[in-house]
Design a protein around this ligand. Structure first.
Ligand SMILES: [Zn+2]
Length: 275
């Protein structure tokens, strides 16, 4: 799934590469997926987009906003898969779910993995949308240690769900998914099932710092190694805790890295370091 460092990387690439291009056509590809959601029928996307120019792009947490003309925005919400740009004459993927053609014969395709939302809204609708620009992205001015503490205190499920539940739910902090979560919790030496009321003031500070450091490093490296950017290049961030390191020694203490299932997904952790 695309998390904040990948969204940040791709939004910058879209801004540089797509701004000024004119949409010629939008269509679904040959692939269908029941967990791909659009905000209106594909024909309406085509009718709205065709003839309009890309006017910029930015990310917000895990979302990418591609601005269209003066009034619209293509919103890549929480999603997994590949959003790829193809110059004129470059081969396209054999199959894809969505396709945008530009008037200069370049193309953007989207190939979904897991699930995803690709909305086309008026900018005024986006401002009112209950899932747009919710939560506070790490590294933003609003994400201060004080605000982080306040969010921890206000988490309605703090006695029921571990810290994982808080961190990956975008309406609190927007940017972290099940990928970076593992390295953040390893960096903070906190077990994903730890309940928030048991975290000491020091642990909260260390967790805050681990979020900021992990996100900053991953942005500098262009996202995770197992994700791709707009030009199909892998990111440079190697995951410490992930499916590829299960059973290998923890870099701190040598204990074998463990995989557990928790809150609807796998967690990778060091059972000695993370308590
Ligand atoms: Zn360890």
């Amino acid at each position: 799934m695309i998390e904040m460092p990948e969204a940040w990387t791709m939004a910058h690439q879209m801004d540089e590469t797509l701004t000024g291009k004119t949409f010629q056509h939008f269509a679904r590809g040959a692939l269908v997926h029941k967990f791909l959601w659009l905000s209106k029928p594909a024909e309406e996307y085509d009718a709205i987009l065709s003839g309009k120019q890309v006017t910029g792009s930015k990310s917000y947490g895990r979302s990418i906003y591609l601005y269209v003309g003066e009034a619209h925005v293509l919103w890549f919400g929480e999603l997994g898969g590949r959003i790829l740009y193809h110059q004129q004459g470059q081969p396209l993927p054999a199959k894809y779910h969505l396709r945008w053609d530009f008037s200069d014969a370049s193309v953007m395709t989207f190939n979904l993995q897991m699930w995803g939302f690709v909305g086309l809204l008026e900018r005024s609708e986006l401002a009112k949308h209950p899932y747009a620009e919710v939560g506070i992205p790490p590294l933003s001015d609003a994400f201060t240690p004080e605000r982080f503490n306040q969010l921890l205190e206000e988490y309605p499920e703090k006695t029921k769900k571990g810290v994982k539940g808080f961190l990956v739910t975008s309406k609190h902090i927007n940017g972290i998914g099940n990928g970076y979560l593992q390295d953040i919790l390893f960096g903070a030496k906190i077990h994903p099932a730890r309940k928030i009321p048991t975290l000491t003031a020091d642990e909260r500070q260390i967790l805050y710092a681990a979020i900021q450091e992990t996100m900053a490093e991953a942005i500098n490296l262009g996202g995770r190694e197992d994700e791709r950017d707009l030009f199909d290049h892998p990111g440079g961030y190697p995951r410490l805790m992930g499916s590829q390191t299960v059973g290998k020694p923890c870099p701190n203490c040598g204990t074998a890295i463990q995989k557990i299932s928790y809150l609807g997904g796998a967690c990778y952790l060091c059972p000695t370091c993370q308590v």
